[in-house]
Design a protein around this ligand. Structure first.
Ligand code: C2E
Ligand code: MG
Ligand code: MG
Ligand code: MG
Length: 281
């Protein structure tokens, strides 16, 4: 974003100081309306264990079908929702809808061990979170261990004691916890060992160049070793090619998610994927 300052020079600034341009303002009021419901849907992307060629779960990814703009990417509206506080309502919808889908799949015997839901930093820090997750899981009637919450390192920096308390509160419910985009944030090893999490999700940036890079295989291998030492699982995100999957396997990361297996799918297509899932990788 560029903005004219009084001397007519352009200054650049980050999203935290986002300009209320016409575009953003329009989007903001539309988002406010959409948060009431109706325009959002969830797509689901499979997570696979290469070792057993099984679907181990799916990540719920929100989609906004805007009546005029068409599909608006979450990369565009989630940051705006965070800034405006609308993230609570949107996140509540996502969690309820994800649990409702999972309950339905369990009831219909579809082979889906777990569903993962993303939580952004402001949701994580909201005092209502733990109670809300507990009540949603209970009303959906799903085993808590079949719900996973994905958090970024950014959600947990700042007040570490507070973060640990929230994580323990979530863990007490029985849900699984993973750190999303792992390796791009600021987790120190001292903090990491205090987090009651289950999985490190290796960021796509380490997967993207893993075939050509001289360093990225070692970084992935180091994350896998670290996770093993701390008792966490690993999964790699953004896996697009068989060569990347092979390199990951060499580094003992056997859980993957990405376009190689499947794009995020609308519910009916995801259900078809589950019914036909013979994964060859
Ligand atoms: P994320 O949680 O790291 O999700 C992974 C993103 O990578 C998704 O983008 C997914 O569609 C994309 N992706 C998956 N496989 C591949 C691949 O092989 N190659 C490439 N290039 N991309 C791949 P999406 O759906 O656009 O979501 C972007 C981000 O928006 C997510 O990143 C997450 O941070 C956020 N987000 C999405 N849904 C929700 C939600 O319901 N709540 C919250 N709080 N955030 C969400
Ligand atoms: Mg995620
Ligand atoms: Mg991610
Ligand atoms: Mg990522």
């Amino acid at each position: 974003h560029a903005k004219r300052n009084p001397e007519h020079k352009y200054v650049f600034y980050d999203g935290g100081m986002r300009e209320r341009s016409g575009f953003t303002l329009g989007l903001e009021s539309d988002l406010r309306r959409a948060s009431g419901g109706g325009e959002f849907e969830l797509h689901f992307q499979p997570k696979i264990d290469l070792a057993g060629n099984r679907t181990i779960g799916a990540e719920a990814l929100i989609r906004w079908r805007h009546p005029v703009r068409g599909m608006v990417s979450p990369a565009e509206f989630i940051p705006l929702a965070e800034e405006t506080g609308l993230i609570w309502e949107i996140g509540a919808w996502t969690l309820v809808e994800s649990c409702r889908r999972l309950a339905d799949w369990i009831q219909r015997d579809l082979p889906i061990p777990s569903v993962s839901v993303n939580l952004s930093p402001r949701q994580f820090q909201d005092a209502r979170l733990v109670g809300f997750v507990r009540s949603v899981v209970e009303s959906a009637g799903i085993p808590a261990g079949r719900l996973e919450l994905e958090l970024t390192e950014g959600a947990m920096i700042g007040d570490i004691e507070k973060a640990v308390t929230i994580l323990n509160g979530l863990k007490d419910i029985g849900v699984r916890l993973s750190i999303d985009d792992f390796g791009t944030g600021y987790s120190s090893l001292a903090y990491l060992k205090r987090f009651p999490i289950d999985t490190l999700k290796i960021d796509r940036s380490f997967v993207r160049d893993i075939v050509k890079s001289t360093t990225d295989p070692a970084i992935v291998g180091t994350i896998v070793n670290l996770a093993e030492s701390l008792g966490f699982d690993t999964i790699a995100e953004g896996v697009e090619t068989q060569e990347q999957a092979d390199m990951l396997r060499q580094q003992r990361c056997t859980r993957i998610q990405g376009f190689l297996i499947s794009r995020p799918l609308p519910v009916d297509q995801f259900e078809a994927f589950l019914r036909n899932s013979v994964v060859v990788a």
